[in-house]
Design a protein around this ligand. Structure first.
Ligand SMILES: Cc1cc2nc3c(=O)[nH]c(=O)nc-3n(C[C@H](O)[C@H](O)[C@H](O)COP(=O)(O)O)c2cc1C
Length: 338
């Protein structure tokens, strides 16, 4: 039996296989109001027809000033719940479990008005210089993640993933390259972790389902974070009840990344073994045999696919055929695959 197609249970949620659609911003809220549009109503359920075990909806902003762009999905007000509920229903109709990535862009918000970050340092010349957050701003943002979790629950999602990677707000606090604060939110690793600690606690007060955190395990820059340094934070996440760490890397500062198939897998492996905690591997995984190797060798617990699922929403059918497993092709499509 291919491990890729073995079910996996976290809390009371059973994923029918280990294939996860990684969060991918679509920038299709074309009225710039954070609302779900027809694009999302087609895009996400298509991957559910494609038998993906868990589909994680793109970075969804918990505050309007925390959007990467004005066309991001949002969850900062109750009016967003209805559209999200609809895409959850459409995905679940085909047996996929559903997740949402709760996000705040921090200094990487490309929107009008003041943007916020731990320290007043711009990402590069294309971005605004952010305002350094006051403790009150931080508390409001933690509350916004909590409110986002309440709305996620109301919309019916099975999984919440907190976006602490790719140089967005929480990542900016975690990394010493972007966090130059001298208060309780900066300096030591305990202090840099504090906003994530408070966010996890706030979310867990209202959410008892599976909780994932996505991290950038490597800053690829002298003086930045490395996978070994992340082990300590991963242990704190585990103590706080995080179920899985989705292990990505980079983008907290502009740095060159040498990317090749599976380049981030060793980071997932380090956190899985040293913490220990369940991990997701992501990054240039396109080949079913490669996905299977990662799982069989115990290097990660779930396989996150991003661009490959843009090219082929039916990747799971192909992978099942190649690995001699059953993906569960829907009846109307059986004549194409069985
Ligand atoms: C169009 C696009 C949008 C993305 N948006 C997000 C996002 O919303 N949140 C996130 O954590 N990563 C995002 N990513 C990164 C992917 O989730 C993934 O980590 C990355 O593409 C590497 O995986 P891949 O080689 O399978 O594409 C995005 C990637 C792409 C291609």
């Amino acid at each position: 039996m291919a491990k890729l197609f073995e079910p996996m249970t976290i809390k009371d949620i059973t994923f029918k296989n280990r294939i996860v659609m990684a969060p991918m911003c679509m920038y299709q809220s074309d009225k710039e109001d954070g609302q779900v549009t027809d694009w999302h109503r087609v895009h996400y359920p298509t991957r559910a027809v494609g038998q993906i075990g868990l589909i994680i909806v793109e970075a969804t902003a918990v505050q309007s000033q925390g959007r990467i762009s004005s066309r991001d999905l949002g969850i900062w007000e109750d009016s967003h719940i209805e559209g999200l509920t609809e895409i959850v229903r459409l995905m679940k109709a085909h047996g996929s479990k559903t997740g949402i990535q709760l996000a705040h862009a921090g200094r990487k918000a490309d929107i009008e008005g003041t943007i916020y970050a731990p320290s007043a340092i711009a990402f590069n010349e294309r971005y605004q210089t952010p305002a350094a957050m006051t403790v009150e701003d931080i508390q409001e943002t933690v509350q916004a993640f909590k409110d986002g979790a309440v709305r996620s629950k109301e919309a019916g999602f099975d999984v919440i993933e907190l976006h602490a990677a790719h140089g967005y707000l929480i990542n900016q606090f975690l990394s010493p390259l972007t966090n130059k604060r001298e208060d309780q939110y900066g300096g030591s690793s305990e202090n840099r972790y504090r906003i994530l600690r408070e966010t996890i606690d706030a979310v867990k007060a209202v959410w008892d389902g599976p909780l994932f955190v996505r991290v950038s395990a490597h800053d690829y820059t002298e003086g930045g974070m490395t996978p070994d340094q992340y082990v300590e934070m991963a242990q704190w996440m585990k103590e706080q009840g995080v179920d899985l760490i989705d292990v990505s890397s980079g983008a907290v500062v502009p740095a060159r990344i040498h990317a090749f198939p599976g380049y981030q897998v060793p980071f997932a492996e380090t956190l899985k073994k040293e913490t220990p905690i369940a991990t997701g591997a992501v990054g240039l995984i396109t080949n079913p045999q490669h996905a299977e190797e990662i799982l069989q060798n115990g290097r990660a617990d779930m396989i996150f696919l991003a661009r490959e699922l843009l090219r082929d929403p039916y990747w799971a059918y192909r992978a099942a055929k190649e690995l001699g497993a059953e993906s569960g092709v829907p009846v109307p499509y059986e004549r194409g695959w069985v």
